[in-house]
Write a protein that binds this ligand. Structure first.
Ligand SMILES: [Mg+2]
Length: 321
């Protein structure tokens, strides 16, 4: 077990799952076929140890997150995943680590019917780069430049758990009630199945990877609109509420919830006439969605507190605009 080829053969050779892969591994390139009536959507993301995940993160969680953050980008545009390539840089050949990583990697590929079609291994600081490729029919692609004034703004799931999870790890808060937040940090859930149907009710979506403020900001900038968001309607998990009750004197820390990353939930906009349809769709996929505000014809993104006052992030300890 000391060459790149040994590592690929033992840990990164998985059963052939798809008949649109003519040649996966074993030549200079992979050969694949895109269905004639579909578009190919591609995305890539790198996770570096100590930057994108804490250094002591278990190998299986690193594998999970590395795949999911890429699938989340495909979901953000309504695409269904088909293929992945993986470039991994490893400080050493640790067979226990590789077994754990590879087992989780393979399980997710099977779950989503994705073929690994190529990659590269090198020696270096631990870093994982995945390119994910998926299909979508032309008319079903969701884009961030399609928000319209009057649209309702929705998010899936709950917001801010991963930021609290990271805070708990970094500050060594040994509190089992915060484990759901750490789970959200390590095991984000790309909303693939819901997103693949979302174009029936929405044209505009993004995934929340850098925090709601930044990512909704990208949508509004691309669409030339603004939005008013009601803080009280932003969905918090029970674990997040527990965190604020216990560690923040019952005061919700909006900057940590809305400006840190790693939610991997969807933010999307819906015309009023499609609201009941999108809520029915979410129910069908057992996904909680929340209407948190609406798109305006200004260019401002403002957050209103319960008393109708505009919440000022800068005055409340957020400096990163
Ligand atoms: Mg994204």
């Amino acid at each position: 077990m000391n060459t790149e080829f040994d590592v690929i053969k033992k840990y990164f050779t998985f059963p052939a799952l798809r008949d649109d892969v003519e040649l996966a591994v074993g030549d200079d390139c992979a050969i694949v076929s895109v269905p004639e009536n579909k578009k190919l959507l591609l995305t890539t993301d790198t996770l570096i140890s100590g930057v994108h995940f804490p250094q002591n993160t278990p190998a299986k969680d690193i594998a999970y997150k590395a795949i999911m953050v890429n699938l989340s980008d495909l979901a953000a545009m309504g695409a269904t995943p088909a293929w992945l390539s993986l470039a991994i840089s490893l400080p050493e050949i640790n067979e226990v680590w590789l077994t754990e990583f590879s087992t989780q990697f393979s399980a997710l590929l099977s779950q989503y019917n994705i073929s690994l079609v190529g990659g590269d291994t090198t020696k270096g600081h631990l870093s994982i780069t995945i390119q994910a490729m998926g299909f979508c029919e032309q008319g079903n692609i969701l884009r961030r430049d399609k928000a319209q004034p009057g649209d309702k703004v929705y998010v899936s799931g709950s917001i801010g758990d991963a930021a609290i999870g990271l805070h708990a790890i970094v500050n060594e808060l040994a509190d089992n009630a915060l484990l759901p937040c750490i789970q959200r940090l390590n095991r984000p859930q790309a909303r693939i199945n819901f997103a693949a149907q979302l174009s029936t009710c929405s044209q505009c979506a993004i995934d929340i990877s850098d925090g709601l403020v930044a990512d909704l900001g990208h949508v509004l900038h691309a669409s030339g609109c603004g939005a008013q968001i009601r803080l009280d309607d932003i969905p918090l998990s029970l674990a997040a509420r527990y965190y604020f009750d216990t560690y923040c004197h019952q005061k919700t820390d909006w900057p940590i919830l809305l400006t840190r990353g790693d939610d991997y939930e969807l933010c999307f906009t819906v015309n009023e006439k499609n609201q009941s349809a999108v809520e029915a769709l979410a129910k069908r996929y057992d996904l909680v969605i929340s209407c948190i505000g609406e798109v305006t014809d200004s260019t401002e993104l403002s957050f209103l507190s319960a008393d109708g006052e505009v919440f000022d992030f800068e005055q409340n300890g957020f400096q990163h605009f």
